[in-house]
Design a protein around this ligand. Structure first.
Ligand code: INI
Length: 177
Protein backbone atom coordinates (compact mmCIF):
# COMPACT_ATOMS: atom_id res chain seq x y z
CA UNK A 1 0.00 0.00 0.00
CA UNK A 2 1.27 3.46 -0.86
CA UNK A 3 -0.08 6.41 1.06
CA UNK A 4 0.11 9.76 -0.66
CA UNK A 5 -0.09 12.93 1.38
CA UNK A 6 0.78 16.54 0.63
CA UNK A 7 3.63 18.15 2.52
CA UNK A 8 3.76 21.66 3.88
CA UNK A 9 6.56 22.43 1.47
CA UNK A 10 5.91 25.76 -0.21
CA UNK A 11 9.03 25.92 -2.36
CA UNK A 12 8.10 27.48 -5.69
CA UNK A 13 4.39 27.61 -4.81
CA UNK A 14 2.46 30.18 -6.81
CA UNK A 15 -0.64 31.22 -4.89
CA UNK A 16 -3.21 33.89 -5.72
CA UNK A 17 -5.72 35.28 -3.23
CA UNK A 18 -9.26 36.48 -3.94
CA UNK A 19 -10.79 38.45 -1.08
CA UNK A 20 -14.25 39.92 -0.76
CA UNK A 21 -14.82 43.47 0.56
CA UNK A 22 -18.24 42.69 2.06
CA UNK A 23 -17.85 42.40 5.84
CA UNK A 24 -14.39 43.87 5.34
CA UNK A 25 -13.61 44.02 9.04
CA UNK A 26 -13.63 40.23 9.02
CA UNK A 27 -12.10 39.65 5.59
CA UNK A 28 -9.15 41.97 6.36
CA UNK A 29 -8.46 39.71 9.36
CA UNK A 30 -8.62 36.66 7.09
CA UNK A 31 -6.21 38.31 4.67
CA UNK A 32 -3.84 39.16 7.49
CA UNK A 33 -3.89 35.49 8.55
CA UNK A 34 -3.29 34.40 4.96
CA UNK A 35 -0.28 36.73 4.64
CA UNK A 36 1.12 35.36 7.91
CA UNK A 37 0.63 31.84 6.52
CA UNK A 38 2.49 32.68 3.32
CA UNK A 39 5.36 34.10 5.35
CA UNK A 40 5.38 31.23 7.87
CA UNK A 41 5.67 28.61 5.12
CA UNK A 42 8.25 30.58 3.20
CA UNK A 43 6.24 31.44 0.08
CA UNK A 44 7.86 34.14 -2.03
CA UNK A 45 5.11 36.78 -2.07
CA UNK A 46 6.75 39.16 -4.54
CA UNK A 47 4.24 38.25 -7.25
CA UNK A 48 1.32 37.14 -5.06
CA UNK A 49 -1.81 38.96 -6.22
CA UNK A 50 -4.56 39.90 -3.78
CA UNK A 51 -7.66 40.43 -5.90
CA UNK A 52 -10.53 42.29 -4.20
CA UNK A 53 -14.13 41.67 -5.29
CA UNK A 54 -17.30 43.36 -3.97
CA UNK A 55 -18.83 40.32 -2.26
CA UNK A 56 -18.69 36.55 -1.93
CA UNK A 57 -20.95 36.17 -4.96
CA UNK A 58 -18.21 37.62 -7.19
CA UNK A 59 -15.43 35.38 -5.86
CA UNK A 60 -15.87 32.43 -8.26
CA UNK A 61 -15.55 34.41 -11.50
CA UNK A 62 -12.36 36.13 -10.34
CA UNK A 63 -10.97 32.79 -9.10
CA UNK A 64 -11.86 31.25 -12.44
CA UNK A 65 -9.89 33.85 -14.40
CA UNK A 66 -6.85 33.39 -12.16
CA UNK A 67 -7.09 29.60 -12.35
CA UNK A 68 -7.45 29.65 -16.13
CA UNK A 69 -4.36 31.86 -16.52
CA UNK A 70 -2.05 28.94 -15.78
CA UNK A 71 0.05 31.27 -13.62
CA UNK A 72 -0.99 29.84 -10.24
CA UNK A 73 -0.86 26.46 -8.50
CA UNK A 74 -3.70 27.32 -6.14
CA UNK A 75 -6.23 30.08 -5.56
CA UNK A 76 -7.22 30.94 -2.00
CA UNK A 77 -10.68 32.52 -1.66
CA UNK A 78 -11.51 34.60 1.41
CA UNK A 79 -14.92 35.92 2.38
CA UNK A 80 -17.49 36.24 5.13
CA UNK A 81 -21.20 35.62 4.69
CA UNK A 82 -23.42 36.51 7.63
CA UNK A 83 -26.96 35.18 7.91
CA UNK A 84 -28.57 38.27 9.38
CA UNK A 85 -32.34 38.28 9.00
CA UNK A 86 -32.84 37.50 5.33
CA UNK A 87 -32.71 34.40 3.15
CA UNK A 88 -30.20 36.24 0.92
CA UNK A 89 -27.55 34.44 2.94
CA UNK A 90 -28.49 31.04 1.51
CA UNK A 91 -28.06 32.25 -2.08
CA UNK A 92 -24.82 34.13 -1.53
CA UNK A 93 -23.16 31.39 0.53
CA UNK A 94 -24.52 28.54 -1.60
CA UNK A 95 -23.56 30.09 -4.92
CA UNK A 96 -20.10 31.05 -3.69
CA UNK A 97 -19.46 27.51 -2.45
CA UNK A 98 -20.81 25.88 -5.62
CA UNK A 99 -18.91 28.30 -7.86
CA UNK A 100 -15.60 27.78 -6.08
CA UNK A 101 -16.05 24.03 -6.27
CA UNK A 102 -16.88 24.23 -9.97
CA UNK A 103 -13.80 26.31 -10.78
CA UNK A 104 -11.60 23.86 -8.93
CA UNK A 105 -12.99 20.79 -10.70
CA UNK A 106 -13.05 22.42 -14.14
CA UNK A 107 -9.49 23.68 -13.98
CA UNK A 108 -7.95 20.90 -11.89
CA UNK A 109 -6.41 23.55 -9.64
CA UNK A 110 -7.04 23.51 -5.88
CA UNK A 111 -9.31 26.47 -5.19
CA UNK A 112 -9.50 26.81 -1.44
CA UNK A 113 -12.77 27.65 0.33
CA UNK A 114 -11.63 30.21 2.89
CA UNK A 115 -15.09 31.63 3.44
CA UNK A 116 -16.75 31.93 6.82
CA UNK A 117 -20.49 31.32 6.93
CA UNK A 118 -21.78 32.86 10.12
CA UNK A 119 -24.71 33.85 12.26
CA UNK A 120 -23.08 36.98 13.69
CA UNK A 121 -20.19 39.41 13.12
CA UNK A 122 -18.74 38.34 16.49
CA UNK A 123 -18.39 34.75 15.26
CA UNK A 124 -16.52 36.08 12.24
CA UNK A 125 -14.11 38.16 14.28
CA UNK A 126 -13.39 35.13 16.47
CA UNK A 127 -12.43 33.11 13.38
CA UNK A 128 -10.43 35.89 11.74
CA UNK A 129 -7.60 36.18 14.21
CA UNK A 130 -8.96 36.15 17.73
CA UNK A 131 -9.94 33.20 19.92
CA UNK A 132 -10.93 30.64 17.25
CA UNK A 133 -7.81 30.90 15.08
CA UNK A 134 -7.72 32.32 11.59
CA UNK A 135 -9.42 30.73 8.58
CA UNK A 136 -7.13 32.72 6.27
CA UNK A 137 -4.03 31.11 7.75
CA UNK A 138 -5.65 27.65 7.58
CA UNK A 139 -6.57 28.25 3.95
CA UNK A 140 -2.95 28.94 3.01
CA UNK A 141 -1.95 25.73 4.80
CA UNK A 142 -4.59 23.83 2.80
CA UNK A 143 -3.36 25.39 -0.44
CA UNK A 144 0.27 24.42 0.20
CA UNK A 145 -0.67 20.87 1.16
CA UNK A 146 -2.83 20.51 -1.95
CA UNK A 147 -0.15 21.91 -4.26
CA UNK A 148 2.27 19.31 -2.93
CA UNK A 149 -0.36 16.59 -3.25
CA UNK A 150 -1.23 17.50 -6.84
CA UNK A 151 2.47 17.21 -7.76
CA UNK A 152 2.46 13.66 -6.44
CA UNK A 153 -0.78 12.49 -8.07
CA UNK A 154 -0.76 11.02 -11.58
CA UNK A 155 -1.10 13.52 -14.41
CA UNK A 156 -4.43 13.57 -16.25
CA UNK A 157 -4.29 11.07 -19.11
CA UNK A 158 -4.05 12.84 -22.44
CA UNK A 159 -7.45 12.92 -24.08
CA UNK A 160 -9.33 12.88 -20.81
CA UNK A 161 -11.24 15.98 -19.83
CA UNK A 162 -9.77 18.23 -17.17
CA UNK A 163 -13.13 18.40 -15.48
CA UNK A 164 -15.74 16.00 -14.19
CA UNK A 165 -18.40 17.99 -16.01
CA UNK A 166 -18.73 19.45 -19.45
CA UNK A 167 -17.72 23.05 -18.75
CA UNK A 168 -15.73 25.38 -20.98
CA UNK A 169 -12.43 23.79 -20.02
CA UNK A 170 -13.54 20.43 -21.31
CA UNK A 171 -10.66 20.82 -23.69
CA UNK A 172 -11.04 17.74 -25.82
CA UNK A 173 -13.81 15.33 -26.45
CA UNK A 174 -13.14 11.99 -24.72
CA UNK A 175 -13.33 10.31 -28.14
CA UNK A 176 -10.48 12.38 -29.59
CA UNK A 177 -7.05 10.80 -29.67
N1 INI B 1 -21.66 39.31 0.34
C1 INI B 1 -20.84 38.78 1.26
O1 INI B 1 -19.66 38.55 0.94
N2 INI B 1 -21.27 38.50 2.51
C2 INI B 1 -22.57 38.73 2.91
O2 INI B 1 -22.91 38.47 4.08
C3 INI B 1 -23.47 39.28 1.96
N3 INI B 1 -24.85 39.52 2.33
O3 INI B 1 -25.27 39.15 3.43
O4 INI B 1 -25.59 40.12 1.58
C4 INI B 1 -22.98 39.56 0.66
N4 INI B 1 -23.79 40.10 -0.29
C5 INI B 1 -23.28 40.72 -1.48
C6 INI B 1 -23.08 39.74 -2.62
O5 INI B 1 -21.99 38.89 -2.36
C7 INI B 1 -22.80 40.46 -3.95
O6 INI B 1 -21.63 41.22 -3.84
C8 INI B 1 -23.94 41.36 -4.39
O7 INI B 1 -25.18 40.65 -4.37
C9 INI B 1 -23.69 41.86 -5.84
O8 INI B 1 -23.66 40.78 -6.77
Amino acid sequence: MKEIIGKLDAKGARIAIVASRFNELITRGLLQGAIEGLQRFGVDTTDTPVVWVPGAHEIPVAAQRLAQSGQYDSIVCLGAVIRGTTTHFEYVAGNAAAGINQVSLETGIPVIFGLLTLETIEQGLERAGSKCGNKGFESIEAAIEMISLMHQLPKAHSGTPTSVGSGPLFSRSPTEG
